[in-house]
Design a protein around this ligand. Structure first.
Ligand SMILES: *Cc1c(COP(=O)(O)O)cnc(C)c1O
Length: 473
């Protein structure tokens, strides 16, 4: 198949190897066997199409048709690229730690081990080993949540949106649910409180105004058909100025007087005091329950640091109603999620080691001076590799929590900043970084590519990744 470069196009086209020839070439048999015939043929067809356009454009055969070895390399690269998993690991150096588009919370080693084990072996998901009878899949999480929050029990579903839908459907379908106008939030995507109310078969009764709602507003809205009062934690925005809202303790009292359940969509659901990291105090489910809220729902993969899930904790009678609701069967979690969630919650039993065990806490806990020292080390090793097209420096930046949590709180951090100098281009560098073996995702600001180091998982690995990116410029 090797032909001189200066033949006429007709000769060159005829010199292209046939599919049959390539299928029978012994050098290519390993690829054929590994990827299967249909993927192999697809890659060969794409290779031949690319070769034809090379002939049309440049009047010569491409280099990768030079010999068997080159064809093998070309096809191996193509096949490997098309078989790359789409959910591959990336470096989240965007400056947003709980990035919804990048999969939110990373899991602890214990959670990873627990998931691997239940994937590999049968496990008593709905079986009580000692009693030898059927058990409930939420039991284990329920017991842990009792210990951690004082709740009677817990119901676990696939995310907090599902938790809110189930909570409303099981507790207040066909009835009125009273919500403050200041809390009719949109969380992102299609999750809007009025829509979810309608979906759950509840009639939304809005009270108060955008900036001020009083206890008397709630009281005046209570009718014989009131099914619940709901509080929504306005986690992703903040109103300031002339504002008033009613706290859970006051609403709890009002609800008990009228025999109405009080529900709370808490959103992030931090179980510990986030102020130790310089973040704002987050309302915790345990505080809500102590204030008299009957059911509290929150996400498992925001500040909790676990897998995507939605947890509802609270009063046993209401938990039972949700467990019996047909929607629960549709929204229940699988064993992988439950295993990861259990392992995550177990870390909370030992607050002393929590910040080391949970990756999100470890990242919150990094100090700016520690990040500055890592930045210096990276810059010394990397600067020569990126010169002369790019200049490296370190700058102070702010890390955001993400996932709508604490939108106006920032953790002081340090970013590696790449500026284009001799013929470099920040946009081209950003693309180059995204093409890495493990894509490096930063952000561009003030014509610099910034890599916020608070999001790095391991600095030695990051150094190696960036060294090879520098070499491949
Ligand atoms: C994030 C959030 C949700 C949605 O939770 P998911 O786990 O993403 O489904 C609902 N309500 C509030 C207040 C939130 O912050």
């Amino acid at each position: 198949m090797m032909t001189q470069v200066f033949d006429t196009p007709e000769k060159l086209y005829r010199a292209l190897p046939s599919m049959d020839l390539l299928l029978s070439m012994s050098a290519l048999q390993p690829l054929l066997q590994h990827y299967g015939k249909s993927a192999f043929k697809l890659a060969v067809n794409q290779m031949l199409t690319a070769a034809r356009s090379e002939i049309a454009d440049n009047g010569c055969l491409p280099q990768w048709l030079a010999d068997e070895g080159a064809v093998f390399e070309y096809l191996a690269d193509q096949l490997q690229a098309s078989h790359r998993h789409s959910l591959q690991p990336v470096w989240n150096l965007t400056g947003t730690l709980l990035h919804t588009n990048l999969g939110r919370s990373q899991q602890s080693q214990a959670a990873i081990d627990a998931v691997t084990s239940v994937m590999r072996y049968p496990t008593p998901l709905e079986f009580e080993l000692q009693a030898g009878k059927r058990g409930h899949r939420d039991n284990c999480i329920s017991e842990l949540m009792q210990r951690l929050t004082g709740a009677d029990g817990c119901c676990v579903v696939n995310n907090n949106a599902a938790a809110v839908l189930l909570m409303l459907s099981a507790v207040a379908a066909g009835k009125e649910v009273i919500v403050s106008r200041g809390e009719l939030v949109e969380i992102g995507g299609a999750f809007r409180i009025p829509d979810i109310m309608r979906q759950a078969g509840c009639t939304l009764v809005e009270v108060g105004t955008t900036n001020r709602t009083h206890l008397r507003d709630y009281e005046a809205a209570i009718t014989d058909n009131t099914g619940a009062i709901m509080k929504v934690h306005t986690s992703n925005y903040h109103i300031s100025g002339f504002t008033a809202s009613v706290d859970e303790a006051s609403l709890g009292k009002l609800c008990r007087q009228h025999g109405i359940p009080l529900l709370s969509d808490l959103g992030s659901g931090a179980l510990t005091d986030m102020r130790r990291f310089g973040l704002k105090a987050e309302p915790t489910p345990q505080a809500m329950l102590a204030d008299g809220v009957d059911l509290v729902s929150f996400s498992g993969d925001k500040l909790l640091g676990g897998p995507q899930s939605g947890l509802i904790v609270g009063q046993q009678a209401l938990i039972d109603r949700m467990q019996r609701h047909p929607l629960k069967r549709a929204l229940r979690c699988d064993k992988l999620i439950l295993a990861a969630l259990e392992a995550t919650l177990r870390h909370y039993l030992n607050p002393q080691t929590l910040d080391k065990q949970l990756p999100i806490m470890a990242k919150f806990a990094r100090s700016q001076s520690q990040l500055q020292a890592e930045a210096q080390r990276l810059i010394s090793a990397l600067a020569p590799r990126f010169a002369p097209q790019y200049q490296l420096s370190s700058i102070s930046c702010n890390t955001q929590v993400g996932s709508g949590s604490q939108p106006d709180t920032f953790l002081p951090s340090v970013a590696l900043a790449f500026s284009a100098t001799n013929g470099g281009s920040v946009l081209a560098l950003e693309r180059h970084f995204k093409g890495a073996a493990r894509p490096v995702i930063g952000r561009i600001a003030n014509e610099q590519l910034l890599l916020d180091l608070r999001g790095a998982d391991d600095f030695d690995e990051l150094l190696n990744e960036l060294l090879s990116l520098g070499n491949a410029l």
